[in-house]
Design a binder for this molecule. Sequence first.
Ligand SMILES: O=c1ccn([C@@H]2O[C@H](COP(=O)(O)O)[C@@H](O)[C@H]2O)c(=O)[nH]1
Length: 278
Amino acid sequence: MSNEPFGTRLRAAMDTRGPLCVGIDPHAHLLDSWGLPDTADGLASFTYGVVDALADRVAVFKPQSAFFERFGSAGIAVLEQATTRLRDAGALVIIDAKRGDIGSTMAGYASAYLAEKGPLACDALTVSPYLGFGSLQPAIDEARVAGAGLFVLALTSNPEGPQFQSARTVAGPTVAGAVLDGLRALNADAEDLGSFGAVVGATISSTDEDLDIRGPLLAPGLGAQGGTAEGLAEVFGPAVRNVVPSSSREILGAGPSAAALQDAAARANDAFRTVLGY
Ligand SMILES: O=c1ccn([C@@H]2O[C@H](COP(=O)(O)O)[C@@H](O)[C@H]2O)c(=O)[nH]1
């Protein structure tokens, strides 16, 4: 990995390849529709099919750890191998594992995913702040050392999210607002795009929260969950240029043909380029 901070590398990658992030979510129904068995071998064929088709042309990939964990150590081995291959091809990898625990345990996750020589070393990791924003400190420290990034859950795309995320903290702001405040502070010195991002679903329609955190805004929920490229402008307002639009099933459903995957990714990238101003 270059020594440049994640935010700088992310902006450069999106400038070069377009803003699209392809989620790698090997659902059982997708393996089936690709004519593959719901086994670790099927998982490997599916995942490497996506990697071979798209690694040299898409800026960012977001493998969903759950679908690899489903197959135990054999599945994790596929995740490790795919992450290495994607990064070798010049793409950035955000592992979506939504890790979060007390600080001392968080340090274990940080050394697995963020440390430069960690077994699952990636460019950024999704993390959960629900043990307190401060519990993320070991991951923040490791990310700074490694030039990696974090995406902290703030306003998630699922309909249950507001139940907690819109609740007020003792200090006054909502839970989501407190997360965004924490991220803004971490990115305070960033020149363009900081390395500490928020997860904000493309499905939330609009928000009163201040999304200007000087960092990336990972936006899942596009396609299968109903979010659209055009809708991003309304959700994100002036912060739209910092959005990393992530789409999984919508793109993956085009496979197994490499040409069809490339076509689906190119069309999505074009739509996002227009809305995000790339
Ligand atoms: O708020 C969130 C946070 C994460 N996700 C993850 O993104 C993908 C979405 O997949 P699609 O097939 O594009 O719907 C999946 O891995 C989720 O766990 C999210 O959807 N919302």
